[in-house]
Ligand binder design. Structure first.
Ligand code: ADP
Length: 498
């Protein structure tokens, strides 16, 4: 039995109440809708009044498993059966898009159905009250997704063998993975608040801080080999990489740190260095005696008429000299790596030294043309034998890696408190990908492997220059030639330039 229909006055009143609802007849035809309902569903009263609810609001056909119609219908049937209000859980129920016929707009609702009875207790109409909760639901979904991906990230970060951390752009650490906490034997808060920098080796803190600041400016990652103290108090070598994560505007949103222990590699490396040092040392003793013997013999036979013997002796002398240069190179490497390289400065004329080294390099019988420009009377305060070996390396490389008969320019320029020496050749050049690496220990360009060498000359040169507070770099064009530059700081009082 159905009750009295609401009067049109009653319906009018219902239309303006500030809630989102539909008024349905007991047969589920739409009697009216509140203004806010029309707004939320983007429909007009004329198009829906008089229609069956599911004719006015059909299921979105693009959602194969949509259950809005079924669920709402079930709720309405329950209200009809029991005569009691029924509140539904949040439902997805898309509404037709009036601007794009056939299309639907995603909507989530929290509908409830309330029966209204007339004075005789017969069902007069049903109010379907619903709030548009689409925004909250979508925001919840994004949050859930983020939570899942965060959980994923942490799981991964705890599985990898590296120590992983996250920090805000201001350096405040927001995350350390389990390996960090295990290594430090500290809680997250302890490690964050005072542990991280205390674990770093004091020797490396200033360099790390400086490089991190530079990386933040350039928005580039840094990579540094450095020591971190473990819970037992031992410093162990790590490869520490800090990479900035940039947002769409190119601003840093966070730093991701990855710290991998390389102690075993370092120890292996050290053993190799020790071995090279030992071998070189052992080779040096017999070679020194050989050189001395050859020199004595040479003096004795100087006046001999046998040109073959004198020529052979001179060649033997050259070869022993070359060999001791090579051995000295290795000895220097092992000295350098055990921190035993000491810079002994004294004042000397750079031009004079360059001329000496050019002569020495030319003695080996090259056919290159050397041009010395403006090295004049510049006085430097540096370790002369060591700068001599830098020049010797750079000049003999210029000879080695350029065709016979080509020119090699050496020039000096004093500028802003430093002297810049450049050595330019017309040789094979160096490809961009090799340019940084040629200053590394034992690095040789693969395509030049037919030219003899050990890949230590530039490494040693770089170390020597840097120990003097200078810089070394190369500019090059493949097939055209290379220019190696190095700088030495000029002591103002010592610089009587030109
Ligand atoms: P070595 O010459 O003994 O191999 P270096 O450390 O002196 O070792 O040089 C490293 C590498 O850099 C060389 O193997 C060579 O490929 C490249 N190189 C150095 N100087 C030059 C140059 N002037 N022109 C072209 N390539 C060069």
């Amino acid at each position: 039995m159905t009750g009295h229909r609401p009067s049109s006055e009653m319906l009018k009143m219902l239309q303006t109440a500030p809630n989102i609802y539909l008024v349905l007849s007991p047969e589920l035809y739409i009697l009216t809708a509140s203004n806010l309902y029309l707004e939320a569903t983007e429909t007009t009263r004329e198009t829906i009044v008089g229609k069956h609810i599911f004719e006015a609001f059909p299921e979105n056909p693009e959602l194969p498993d949509a259950s809005g119609v079924k669920n709402i219908n079930a709720s309405l049937q329950e209200v009809l059966r029991t005569g009691k209000p029924h509140k539904m859980r949040i439902q997805r129920y898309d509404v037709p898009d009036i601007h794009h016929p056939g299309k639907f707009i995603t909507r989530y609702w929290d509908p409830s159905h309330t029966p209204v009875f007339d004075d005789n207790g017969a069902l007069s109409y049903i109010i379907q009250l619903a709030n548009n909760v689409t925004e909250q639901v979508l925001a919840d979904k994004v949050r859930q997704k983020l939570e899942i991906s965060e959980r994923h990230f942490r799981l991964l970060a705890d599985l990898v063998p590296a120590k992983i951390s996250n920090a805000r752009p201001n350096g405040e650490v927001t995350y350390f993975n389990q390996r960090w906490l295990d290594y430090a034997h500290l809680s997250f808060e302890e490690l964050r608040d005072f542990g991280y920098y205390q674990m770093m080796h004091p020797d490396e803190i200033p360099v790390f801080t400086e490089r991190l600041a530079a990386a933040a400016k350039e928005k580039k990652p840094i990579e540094m080999e450095m020591r971190f103290k473990n819970a037992a108090g031992d410093y162990r070598w790590h490869l520490n990489i800090a990479s900035p994560v940039l947002d769409d505007n190119g601003e840093i949103t966070m730093w991701v740190g990855s710290t991998t222990e390389i102690q075993r590699l370092k120890e292996d490396d050290q053993r190799k260095s020790d071995f090279i040092g030992m071998v070189s040392h052992e080779l040096k003793t017999p070679l020194t005696s050989l050189t001395a013997i050859l020199q004595v013999v040479e003096t004795k036979l100087r006046k001999s008429d046998d040109t073959f013997v004198t020529g052979a002796l001179e060649k033997a002398n050259q070869q022993t000299k070359r060999m001791s240069q090579l051995i000295n190179g290795f000895l220097n490497i092992s000295r350098l790596e055990s921190g035993k390289i000491a810079i002994e400065r004294r004042s000397f004329l750079i031009g004079g030294l360059i001329r000496e080294v050019i002569e020495e390099v030319s003695l080996a019988g090259t056919t290159h043309i050397f041009e010395l420009q403006s090295c004049g009377k510049t006085v430097v305060q540096a370790d002369q034998p060591k700068i001599s070996s830098v020049l010797s390396n750079l000049l003999s490389n210029a000879v080695k890696y350029s065709p016979k008969g080509s020119r090699i320019w050496v020039s000096c320029e004093a500028f802003e408190g430093e002297l810049r020496v450049s050595i330019a050749d017309e040789g094979i050049g160096i490809r961009p990908e090799d340019r940084e690496k040629i200053f590394e220990r034992f690095y040789r360009v693969k395509s030049n492997s037919h030219i003899s060498g050990f890949g230590i000359g530039l490494y040693l040169s770089a170390e020597i220059v840097e120990h003097h507070g200078g810089r070394i770099w190369v500019e090059s064009e493949t097939g055209k030639g290379s220019v190696f530059y190095f700088t030495l700081p000029l002591n103002k009082s010592a610089a009587r330039n030109q």
